[in-house]
Design a protein around this ligand. Structure first.
Ligand code: IVH
Length: 670
């Protein structure tokens, strides 16, 4: 085959692959590949088309915006067409985009851009006539979509009439419908209970919920909408930039993006970086940021290609999901005895991290996904937590796959496992894995946080016979350490120092380090603050524990039985003998008059500390933190572009303070 023939062959292959993926993504709401792979295929196609224009056909996927219209709903023509966005992938691409804009505008001065989040939902168009909601539709192929007016009307954040005194006579809007994480979890749980297959991600759930013939179903599943663009507008107002436009839309009562910013190239980079690192603070998915020329006249000058505007581009975050093959499943025994399935994968790079293993959580997950060894699976990496297996691509199932065998006996100690709903548990208190995991947890960051000890050192010390229980950690000597392989004098000193630094430990941290069932960071703090000393805790009955605010009977029972177990008492006594002192909780004395008993809510991103740090400070000084604004809220601390909470606080007359004012209140003003 000559060169051009082989290129043509590859080109045809790409076209049919992309069409297949498009069909599955847009029409069936069932993506077969992750975005990064899709983008790579599209780039390869565009590259061939650029080099060999004769190969390009009129109906090439590069010429189409998205999926085809399906016939369940009536067709709506989009005027103007609903365009897509071009993508950039690097700072270099950003500079190229900026250069192209400057060239198009014949300008050398810095361009002011507006920056928004790229919502990972479904694009929709909405029409208002004389301030009244008339119609809502899907994007379809960009030229025409489906009429989903009734469904859009059920969205709680979608106004049915516009407010204010300069309502346009005709207004078409573009926005995104999406599902928040809480609602996604609730919906999937419900589907699981009804033995329906759960949605793979909030985007699919939003798509499935929006394209329901019965609008009642859409209404039951709380979807949200955000309006980020005007399609066309007839009004006697003249608005010259995006900033004013969004403010105007907001005044009309429309839900506009809560986090936006304006600036030039450096600010764009900062915005991108910030949201890439902090997107977990949002309760919805975003997959990048969108950069738009702020000035509307400049947008007109730049115009558009058949596919996308020249004045805007999307800068996506590196993929957090990827598709790979499941090779085997291990069963690991945790410190509480729960045996968790862990997937071993063909190693794959997800957003710069090589992933080899993924969590399967529990047995239901295996059943729910219908997963088999040899399957193609979708793996997701979120924050620092271990990657999670989220879906099985059954279309790609090879001929030889094997079922996953659920063990009947503990893989560590061989004792019979007990089935507890979705979990299997090893009940043997002597089980080696349980003991090892208890030790590893005790020294970890979440627990005692012994800086120079890690899980590997724990394994080595236990194998050397130095660690029978957690109290032995405080009996480790430098000589013990120096007997281990690969242990130098300096490192041994550091380890001893870090153990010593924890010999005096606040009660709350001590409680959470013990690994008591149902007692995490939050509950440990509440209990510690209420009982103030370990001695008091020993003397408490279940009923006394239940009196503590936020402590229910499950927690009360596990705390009670933990402290009324002879082994626990012996271990704690041993620790005390080894020089550990448990500091009584002194939070009450640290209380600041202006903070004590006051209820704080935070919104937006803070500049000086993380949300968690700020909340910890409020609690340390005797205040309370709540996640939502109500009449009881005393202060709403508004960080960088807070959204709906601000509005609610405004309506309820809650005191809204800036981050600087908050710093002053807690005595940390700069
Ligand atoms: S503006 C004419 N802004 O991303 C430009 N789009 O990959 C219209 N999207 O089709 C799009 N967040 O569905 C714009 N803040 C945002 C967005 C956004 C998400 C979606 C939209 C678009 C797709 C392109």
């Amino acid at each position: 085959m000559n060169a051009i023939n082989s290129i043509k062959k590859r080109y045809d292959e790409l076209v049919s692959l992309i069409e297949k993926y498009n069909y599955n993504y847009y029409n069936l709401n069932k993506p077969l590949v992750d975005d990064a792979d899709y983008d790579a295929l599209m780039l390869e196609l565009l590259d061939i088309e650029r080099k060999y224009p004769s190969l390009k056909t009129e109906d090439s996927p590069s010429q189409k915006v998205g999926g085809e219209i399906t016939n369940t709903f009536t067709e709506v023509k989009h005027s103007p067409p609903m365009l897509s966005l071009d993508n950039i992938f690097s700072e270099g691409d950003l500079y190229d985009f900026d250069r192209r804009c400057k060239k198009g505008l014949g300008e050398n001065d810095d361009i002011l851009y507006s920056m928004e989040l790229k919502f990972d939902g479904l694009a929709v168009a909405v029409l208002f006539e004389n301030g009244r909601y008339i119609q809502g539709s899907t994007r379809g192929n960009g030229i025409a979509g489906e009429d989903i007016s009734a469904n859009i009307a059920t969205l709680r954040s979608m106004p049915m009439s516009l407010s204010g005194d300069s309502v346009p006579t005709h207004l078409t809007l573009r926005g995104e419908v999406f599902m928040r994480h809480g609602e996604f979890d609730r919906l999937n749980k419900m589907r699981e209970e009804n033995e329906e297959s759960p949605f793979a991600n909030p985007r699919n759930a939003a798509a499935g919920s929006l394209r329901q013939l019965d609008p009642k179903v859409t209404e039951e599943r709380a979807l949200d909408i955000v309006i980020y663009q005007v399609g066309s507008m007839e009004s006697n107002l003249s608005i010259s930039n995006n900033q004013d436009m969004l403010n105007y839309l907001k005044k009309l009562g429309l839900p506009v993006p809560e986090y936006i910013d304006f600036g030039s190239l450096e600010d764009i980079k900062e915005f991108y970086q910030y949201w890439m690192e902090n997107r977990h603070i949002l309760d919805y998915d975003i997959d990048g940021v969108v950069i738009k020329v702020n000035d509307l006249m400049s947008r007109d000058i730049l115009g558009m290609t058949s596919k996308a505007p020249r004045w805007a581009t999307a800068w996506k975050f590196p993929a957090k999901e990827a598709i790979t093959t499941l090779r085997s499943v291990d069963f690991q025994v945790g410190r509480t005895g729960v045996v968790t399935p862990v997937a071993n994968l063909d190693p794959i790079n997800i957003g710069g991290v090589l992933v080899k293993r993924a969590s399967l959580h529990n047995l239901n997950e295996i059943k729910r996904l219908g997963i088999m060894i040899g399957d193609s699976i979708k793996v997701k990496r979120a924050g620092d937590v271990i990657p999670k297996l989220v879906d099985v691509i059954t279309e790609k199932r090879p001929e030889s796959v094997y079922s996953i065998v659920i063990p009947k006996k503990c893989p560590s100690c061989g004792s019979l496992l007990r089935r507890e709903e979705v979990y299997i548990r090893c009940l043997n208190p002597e089980c080696e894995s349980k003991r090892m995991e208890t030790l590893k947890y005790f020294i970890s960051k979440e627990a005692m946080d012994i800086e120079y000890m890690g899980p590997e050192l724990i394994v080595r010390l236990r194998r050397a016979g130095k660690l029978n229980s957690i109290s032995d950690i405080f009996k480790i000597t430098k000589e013990d350490l120096l007997q281990l392989d690969r242990m130098g004098d300096k490192l041994a000193d550091k380890i001893i120092e870090s153990i010593d630094s924890r010999r005096s430990i606040p009660l709350s941290r001590f409680l959470r380090s013990l690994g008591i069932r149902n007692v995490g960071d939050h509950i440990a703090k509440i209990i510690a603050r209420s009982v103030t000393s370990l001695e008091n805790l020993y003397n408490m009955q279940i009923e006394d524990l239940k009196e503590i605010y936020e402590v229910g009977s499950e927690v009360a029972e596990s705390v009670y039985s933990f402290f009324h177990n002879s082994e626990t008492k012996a271990i704690i006594d041993e620790m005390k003998n080894a020089g550990v002192t448990i500091e009584n909780e002194v939070y009450k004395n640290e209380g600041k008059d202006n903070i004590i008993e006051k209820i704080f809510v935070f919104t937006g991103a803070l500049q000086n500390f993380s949300r968690k740090e700020a909340e910890d400070m409020v609690e340390r000084y005797g205040g309370k933190v709540s996640s939502s604004v109500s009449k009881k809220t005393d202060y709403l601390v508004a960080g960088f572009s807070g959204g709906a909470k601000l509005e609610k606080a405004g309506k309820l007359g809650v005191n809204i303070i800036s981050e600087d004012e908050f710093l002053t209140m807690i005595g940390k003003a700069k």
